[in-house]
Design a protein around this ligand. Structure first.
Ligand SMILES: [Zn+2]
Ligand SMILES: [Zn+2]
Length: 147
């Protein structure tokens, strides 16, 4: 984010009451894409002081339900949250360290939403996870083998 986040504006736009925990959690998710719940709790506590896990979980659930943030959970990973919503982007995940990066769908279109056979469903979202190894893990592996 290059512009300061107007969390209050986003909350109001989603018809949610503006509360300090909601502002803090939303700000944390914008600042730390793909953060897991525990690290979001850590960031929120720096901001608000003591706040319960349950309170943060509740806010994350409310923000996700309102479409302000997106919950992703690659298999074998804990749930993570991000502020990029509604653009049908995908993720590349490192098998070794769990690093996650965004991968855009084709620019301007969402070809993977055109299923080869939609079975009569109305398709809204396509979740694609590319699995592999991140550059750091590839470099570490080749260093370890002397290659
Ligand atoms: Zn890695
Ligand atoms: Zn993402």
């Amino acid at each position: 984010m290059t512009t300061p986040l107007d969390a209050e504006q986003l909350l109001r736009g989603a018809a949610l009451h503006v509360t300090r925990p909601r502002v803090a959690v939303l700000t944390a998710v914008y600042a730390h894409p793909h953060a897991e719940t525990d690290s979001i709790i850590g960031v929120v506590r720096e901001d608000l002081g003591e706040v319960s896990h349950q309170a943060v979980y509740d806010v994350l659930r409310a923000l996700t339900a309102a479409g302000l943030i997106r919950r992703i959970q690659p298999s074998g990973s804990v749930a993570r949250y991000e502020s990029r919503v509604g653009d049908n982007h995908h993720h590349v995940v490192c098998r070794s360290c769990g690093a996650i990066a965004d991968v855009d769908c084709a620019v301007g279109t969402t070809p993977c939403l055109t299923a080869s056979d939609d079975h009569g469903f109305t398709i809204e979202d396509a979740e694609v996870v590319y699995w592999g190894r991140c550059p750091e893990c590839v470099a570490a592996a080749s260093a370890a083998t002397g290659g």
